[in-house]
Design a protein around this ligand. Sequence first.
Ligand code: SF4
Length: 276
Amino acid sequence: MTTAVDHERNAALLSWYAEHKRDLPWRDVGDPYLVLVSEVMLQQTQASRVVPFYERFVERFPTVQSLAAASLTDLLAVWSGLGYNSRAPRLRQTARIIEDEGWPKTVDGLERLPGVGSYTAAAIASFAFGEPVATIDTNMRRVVSRWNGEPLDGAAVQVAAQTALGEPSAAWNQAVMDLGASLCLARGARCWECPVADWCAGPDSYVPPMPQARFEGSARQLRGAIVRAVVAAAGTVQDLAGRTGFPAEAVQTAIEDLVGEGLLVENDPGRYSVAE
Ligand code: SF4
């Protein structure tokens, strides 16, 4: 049950948000499709990097129907550079299901769509359908843990966030995310500027996650380079090694993975192109 402390904290939080909210193109769009696209792009990718990709993507594929009808080559041409390319065909698969069956009406139904986990399902339910559900991502877990004075995870963070949830849920969820992104940082929280410091136990209870693996020289960088090269033109392992600058052996292994994931196909023997 929401307490008097939650009410006071939420009032301070929402008034801070009204003044300081980040200007992001998917904010307050209210369209489940646009929320879906932005949230899938934001999985494992920072908001500032997502903005230009999101704008290009929704210009090229403005509706569920246009995405459902897209070829994988066209899709990857717009997605490529954002990384984790397998998200793109999954998103198209989701669009095809929605085109056939309509939008699921519950968080559980949304969660059954390909590539839609519990966070993304809650985000669509809250941001597009106005459902009173907390959207628990890394930022919210950190902020709510600090409010409660202990690290919270799993069901405990669900209960704590859902109990603290203010109205409207979309503004409250986005306010917590913005607080986590701008003041309640993983390291070096700026508590002296924080609007809810009076109702918080402070930053010490939160244990920061391990930093993300280096991108330079990673398998992720190699896979991204191969997809970009194949979108431009089909090629052999040797050809793609030459065009990407990676060793042929590593390119061969990455191509086998990409074929296994359904992103690439071997049309002629030894020659790879984008699957359709
Ligand atoms: S007071 Fe500090 S720890 Fe608490 S929410 Fe604000 S920034 Fe985070």
